[in-house]
Design a protein around this ligand. Sequence first.
Ligand SMILES: [Zn+2]
Length: 166
Amino acid sequence: MTSEDWESALDKFDWNDVLSEVDGELLEHLASELSFRTYQALKESSCPLGDGYHLTHLADGRWAFWNEQNYVKEDVRFFETAQHFLHVAVDEFKLEQPQVQDLLERLEKTPHLKLCAVCGHHFNPDDSARRELGIEGIFLDEENREGECCSPQCAVEAVVHDMKEG
Ligand SMILES: [Zn+2]
């Protein structure tokens, strides 16, 4: 390779591609840290608060507060209750009354997620896509409505697994 070839190769090289790939990987890591199958699933199950901030109501009742832009520098923060989060947010972001009202409304609309009994990932039981498919709730134990699954696939997987075990 001559130095000219090298230069033109560098010119064609798009650093933005590399950077967005790295970012994507980090966000997928964030998703799996919070027990989501994909970052897409995490984002769709969370409430956007602006400036890249999101709030996720986890299955165990905690609220995860994270930022998609500076998640590397800023760790995910967890709050035991919505009130806890509200207190901190009002204080930290110096919210005025209308903003507090707006935040309250968003908190109320944020879905309380569940964990799939088979794959262990979070899912939104009120997801519109699920409702469109007519999925009201898939349980390993239909009678007692226990062991809820995120998808028909997971329910099938559990049955196949049971059959293998004999
Ligand atoms: Zn599942």
